[in-house]
Design a protein around this ligand. Sequence first.
Ligand code: ZN
Length: 304
Amino acid sequence: MLRSRLAPTPSGYLHLGNAFSFVLTWLLVRKQHGHLHLRIDDLDRERAKPEYYDDIFTTLAWLGLDYDSGAHSRQDCLANWSQKHRLTAYKAALMRLVDAGDVFVCDCSRSLLAQTAPNGLYPGTCRSKNLPLASTDAAWRVRTDGNTSVNFHDARAGSVTTDIATNLGDFIVRRRDGVPAYHIASLVDDTHDQMTFIVRGADLLASTAAQIFLAERLTFTAFTRTTFLHHPLLLESPDRKLSKSHHSLSLRAMRENGTTAEEVIGRIASMLGIVLPRPSLQALLEVFSPEVVAALPHEGLLSM
Ligand SMILES: [Zn+2]
């Protein structure tokens, strides 16, 4: 059975781009009689705010998006589903990387990195320093040497091959504050939840490659066989990406301004190239076909 998830982060109000991603995922799962899970990516405890958790549940209910497992309220999430309950599993994955010799400790300061890695590609400064794992205020990075080519299947692009060393370098798997990096948490959860299909924005292509690279090292074989769909991002104008800070496109602001869920569904349908005389989620599900995704423009979708 196809298994997929919605994975919002409670670090801001959801916007039209999130709605597009959620509706597309929901349509693809429901059309193929799959299982849809709600996972809330709340590992970053400092950025997670009560009002952002609440906004996730309000938005899903407003749009009419149901799901088969996962939290149904902020209280339920914090008590039963939060990623804070999964720290042991993330740490176990990190220790497997350590035991295999794939991790090194990096104490480069932000200002040093700005000088040594102006393009964001870590130059390997601490690779052979052998700093102790217990170093405080130091990040853990994964060693990317030898063969670092990874391959995955994308539902739109087909077979995608990318080289980690040249595109990402020795990326961080544990942050300076000791918190496991997003790549580790997301990979461990998707493996635990037995996901077979992951829908995410094209801005996460590099994340997918990093997670495949880690999955191979951790022998999370099922994850390496996951089908991905990297959908085009929403554009504010032909040359500008929709940003989270653009308040007028937050779904909360839209609700307050009297925009209806049907109007949002109508906009999303037209971005998918579907014209609905009377937009509703059910009407969209009836006419939607998974083949629609192949026709989405590569460069982005105009949200206006
Ligand atoms: Zn370093």
